[in-house]
Design a protein around this ligand. Structure first.
Ligand code: PEP
Ligand code: MG
Length: 534
């Protein structure tokens, strides 16, 4: 038996034969051509065909991977026409007088490498998208298909890496799981695999050799372990784990669509945390009753300049529309600390977590804040929106933020109710929660920061993990105090930090009287089931 450890990116257990994907058009020959213009026309025709294929693919894939994921093929279509992608290809055809296949392969590989060399993990993962569109063009130019070859039995598919197009087109009946040498946890391949429920493990590196093709294997997408020629004992262990997981899942599925009630019949809202429009499908699939924390700062990250109001508005509108009548709590930007954005030109700080962050930036740069508020208020007519301010630590800050929000609201003449809440994530705000509660519609406790600031432990510093008692009595007392003060003022209170999904604390939270928990979508059914026993 050979045991290989990779990075599990899509949970689940799969057992079957390993099959190494052999791509048809892997070697591209450098052929000289005489008629440059004719070759460019050939390239343009391939571009057109690719564009039509991608159009068809995005429509076809909507059901399988969700509208938000299928949008990727629209992005591929735009990349195909982008001058950064096309101009170097045409230049190579012209200057080197070579065939379009070779020019696409050369220029496409260079661009893919540029992405792969970037520091930002998100941009790095885009390298495979460039590779994907180049492969599509080369397949069209050389007359090769995009299929994965004929399979006689369901297999565990192995490759150096999978392109998003390949993953999206996989047939769940013939592909048991995916394993790859390279890849990224936030790649579209990983996202698609999770959406389709296909177990996947990536980054095995050179250990995943081609000579393993054809061998029997079993894998666990949760632990990232792949066993080749597995011993009977391992197979038994994993098969039992799979049965157990299936039974648990079936039991949890019975809770879908049902209200969340404690043993005494008290309702608790189970909401989901999201970072972008793309996460809404997962929230709905997880049976979220609303969005308790939309980390809106992600709309500002990975860009070179400020998003304009319409761009922000579009994202909020789409989330609100998708969630229908369910509440969507949009947290205003929490830039700073661990989420630095170059174009904000924030001063270099010794202690960014204690520095210019979140509401402090917004109050210092009111026009930036008002742009975001305006986008939220405009979008609010499309659903059930609420606004939440992060990192409030004094009554003055809250009143100032509310004043700016009111000015925007009045200017837009917004009629509907858009509740305003705050995050309780500093000890200061928890301690004066009696005063703050009189000014807002709800509280949401950010236990990640509340723990960091209460225990004076940097949440980013792994080496302090042994000092970080996430169940520290000081944090629990602040949560309890916040609940009491919220209820005295007649407002609801929830938790949107990671502690909300800590099943060992659910009973305590129910007893403290929390009204809402906002968690990762995959935890919702589990929490609903547990709350029923508390
Ligand atoms: C928190 O601090 O608990 C929280 C939910 O906010 P973030 O993790 O985005 O800082
Ligand atoms: Mg926080």
């Amino acid at each position: 038996m050979i045991t290989l450890q990779g990075k599990g990116v899509s949970a689940g257990i799969a057992k079957g034969r390993l099959y190494f994907l052999t791509r048809k058009s892997q070697s591209v020959e450098k052929q000289h051509i005489n008629d440059v213009e004719q070759e460019i026309r050939r390239f343009n025709a391939a571009q057109q065909t690719a564009s039509e294929q991608l159009n068809e693919l995005s429509t076809k894939m909507m059901d399988k991977i969700g509208e938000e994921n299928a949008v990727l093929f629209e992005i591929h279509r735009m990349m195909l026409q982008d001058a950064d992608y096309c101009d170097p290809i045409i230049k190579i055809i012209r200057t080197e007088k070579v065939c379009a296949e070779y020019a696409v392969n050369t220029a496409g590989s260079r661009l893919a490498q540029e992405f792969a060399d970037m520091d930002d993990e998100y941009m790095k993962a885009r390298s495979i998208d460039v590779y994907d569109i180049s492969k599509r063009l080369i397949d069209i130019l050389s007359g090769e298909g995009q299929n994965l070859g004929r399979l006689n039995e369901p297999v565990i598919l192995a490759a150096d890496d999978f392109t998003p197009s390949e993953t999206a087109q996989l047939d769940r009946n013939t592909i048991l799981a995916l394993v790859s040498r390279q890849g990224a946890a936030n790649s579209h391949t990983a996202i698609f695999a999770r959406t389709m429920g296909i177990p996947a493990i990536i980054t095995f590196g050179a250990f995943l050799t081609r000579d393993l093709s054809g061998k029997q294997a079993i894998l666990d997408g949760e632990t990232g372990l792949l066993y080749i020629d597995p011993e009977a004992e391992i197979v038994k262990e994993l098969e039992e784990k799979e049965k157990r997981q299936r039974r648990e899942k079936e039991a949890l599925e019975k809770r879908r669509g049902k209200p969340t009630l404690t043993k005494n019949g008290r309702p608790i809202k189970l909401y989901a945390n999201i970072g972008s429009v793309n996460d809404v499908d997962a929230a709905l699939a997880g049976d979220a009753e609303g969005i308790g924390l939309f980390r809106s700062e992600f709309l500002y990250l990975g860009r070179n300049d400020y998003p304009d109001e319409d761009t922000l508005y579009e994202s909020y509108r789409r989330v609100l529309e998708k969630m229908g009548s369910r509440q969507v709590i949009i947290r205003t930007m929490d830039i700073g600390a661990d989420k630095q954005v170059d174009y904000f030109n924030l001063p270099k700080e010794e202690n960014p977590a204690l520095g210019m962050r979140a509401i402090r930036i917004c109050l210092t740069r009111p026009s930036l804040f008002k742009t975001q508020l305006s986008a939220i208020y405009r979008a609010s007519v499309h659903g059930n929106a609420a606004i939440m301010f992060p990192m409030i630590s004094s009554l003055g800050e809250l009143l100032h933020a509310k004043e700016l929000a009111k000015a925007v609201r009045d200017e837009l003449a917004i009629k509907g109710d858009v509740p305003i809440g705050i995050m309780i994530e500093t000890p200061a705000s928890a301690i004066i929660s009696d005063l703050l509660a009189k000014e807002v519609d709800f509280f949401s406790i950010g236990t990640n920061d509340l723990t960091q600031y209460t225990l004076a432990i940097d949440r980013q510093n792994d080496s302090l993990a042994s000092f970080c008692d996430t169940h520290h009595e000081a944090v629990l007392r602040l949560i309890r105090l916040t609940c009491e003060n919220a209820h005295k003022a007649g407002i609801w209170v929830g938790i949107c930090g990671s502690l909300g999904a800590d099943l060992t604390l659910t009973k305590d939270f129910v007893e403290m009287g929390l009204d809402e928990l906002s968690v990762e979508p995959s935890c919702i059914l589990k929490l609903r089931s547990l709350i029923a026993e508390c």
